[in-house]
Write a protein that binds this ligand. Structure first.
Ligand code: IMP
Length: 459
């Protein structure tokens, strides 16, 4: 099976676990967008592995590739690779596209504070990509003329680098270029063996009948065109981005949307169903469990504390930056939009266990003044959520109960959980293939899920 995995909300949907699971039946696992702004967390036994650039298929000994439109930080790539090897795993073949855009030290330094980015230099590298004469590719980095290329680029960017204080007091341009070269040529020496053309490679593999898994980073609402601009990342995160970025035909691919049971968002930007507000989230005491009195106040309707409770139970702190993630009520408006812009065939729901024991509702429309819409607006300013009538609730499940549900099948899930899933399916028009009930690889319910959730669309 060829499949593409894409996040439905603003990233951090738990794609790492689903990719890891699907990778078992894949020959190749391929990253098609983003860079080391992403952090994919995978739990295998007692090991927790966070990968930023390397596709998580590496943990299953699969062949992995990094596509031509990835913003490639060579240090992060080598760190991921070491991390995987030191944890006792060994990837199959590795291909890094020679056209991938290399994140240079000045990209990270040039990154401004404005929109709450991950500070990995993604935006400045994307500017150089669009500029076309100041980008550095893996091809450049691994060529014998690398130093010359660095000098040309630094020369063209001299005014910008001087204005930012990167050149001047500490470094003249010549010394700066040599410093970069020293570090990056050492990376290049290790990466040269992996450089290749991922488009040719993948097209040949697909033709041969190999099964390919495409791993998207970030989420649909962070797409540079279709997301909540300006608070988005610099690449196309949606499924179609894979066709454009990799140069492949997506028709043989199943598009799997990963929907976390509740949306989260890191960094700035409006968030219609947010529980509490971002300022409080930033200032709250971390990892502090709720007291009985606080839980009681949640039952009485304290949404800010419900947000903190979900953040705690779901360990919602950024895998890349450690920032607390903002948490919201499920948003069927956003999910319906994600289903449309990606062409999603089926959902994989993650972290639904986290909502056990917590009553919640879901947005079914947005409202601005007197006008109500079911469409996801370009600008979210002034919109508030219209919630459905249903209050969802089920008691939290123990690990034993989760494991039992995995073997017994969909019907064994708590009634309130099935009601939530049913309404999610009906609002989005998309059935569910799998439901993750724990970070553990094995605690994922597949048995009966598709058959039952397709029925929701018939009745
Ligand atoms: P950038 O990708 O570092 O430029 O950040 C742009 C926006 O995307 C910020 O709001 C980031 O918090 C967000 N972002 C980037 N990568 C991820 C991710 O992997 N998960 C969640 N948010 C992300």
């Amino acid at each position: 099976m060829n499949a593409l995995v894409v996040g439905a909300y603003w990233g951090d949907e738990g794609k790492g676990k689903i990719v890891d699971l699907l990778a078992a039946n894949s020959d190749w696992v391929v990253r098609y967008n983003g860079g080391d702004n992403a952090g994919h967390t995978i739990v295998v036994g007692d090991k927790k592995i966070v990968l930023h650039v390397l596709p998580s298929g590496a943990l299953q000994g699969k062949n992995v590739a990094i596509g031509p439109d990835v913003f490639f930080n060579p240090a992060s790539f080598l760190k991921d690779l070491n991390h995987v090897r030191e944890s006792g795993f060994s990837p199959g073949k590795i291909v890094v596209d020679e056209r991938a855009h290399v994140i240079m030290p000045y990209h990270i330094k040039l990154e401004g504070e404005k929109i709450g980015t991950t500070k990995r230099g993604i935006g400045p590298a994307a500017q150089d990509k669009a500029n076309r004469t100041t980008d550095v590719t893996v091809f450049d980095m691994t060529s014998p003329d690398f130093l010359k290329k660095i000098k040309e680029v630094v020369n063209e960017k001299e005014a910008q680098l001087t204005a930012a204080g990167i050149l001047g007091k500490n470094f003249d341009a010549e010394t700066y270029c040599r410093r970069i070269y020293e570090v990056y040529s050492a990376y290049a020496a290790r990466i040269r063996q992996y450089a290749g053309n991922v488009s040719y490679m993948l097209n040949e593999e697909i033709k041969k009948g190999s099964s390919v898994l495409l791993e998207g980073a970030q989420g649909s609402l962070l797409d540079v065109v279709h997301g909540t601009r300006p608070h988005v990342t610099s690449s196309n995160t949606i499924a179609g981005g894979a066709a454009a970025n990799l140069g492949i035909d997506l028709r043989p691919f199943k598009i799997i949307g990963i929907v976390k049971a509740y949306p989260t968002r890191v960094g700035e930007g409006l968030f219609v169903t947010e529980l509490g507000n971002y300022e409080d989230t930033k200032n709250e005491e971390r990892n502090k469990p709720l007291t009985i009195a606080e839980k009681k106040s949640v039952v009485e309707g304290n949404e800010k504390l419900l947000g903190r409770w979900i953040r705690m139970d779901g360990a919602e702190y950024g895998a890349t930056t450690g920032r607390p993630r903002r948490v919201g009520f499920p948003d069927f408006v956003a999910l319906k939009y994600a289903a449309m812009i990606n062409g999603i065939n089926e959902w994989a729901i993650t972290k639904i266990d986290v909502l056990g024991g917590k009553a919640f509702k879901a947005a079914i429309a947005y409202k601005k003044g007197t006008s109500i819409t079911e469409r996801f607006p370009f600008k979210l300013e002034g919109y508030e959520a219209v919630y459905g009538q249903t209050e969802y609730f089920w008691p939290s499940m123990t690990e034993g109960q989760c494991k039992a549900a995995v073997s017994e099948g969909y019907d064994a899930l708590p009634k309130g959980m099935k009601q939530y899933i049913k309404e999610l399916v009906r609002h989005t028009g998309i059935p569910v293939r799998m439901i993750s009930l724990s970070p553990e690889r094995d605690i994922t319910l597949i048995n009966g899920v598709f058959e039952r959730t397709v029925e929701y669309l018939r009745k």
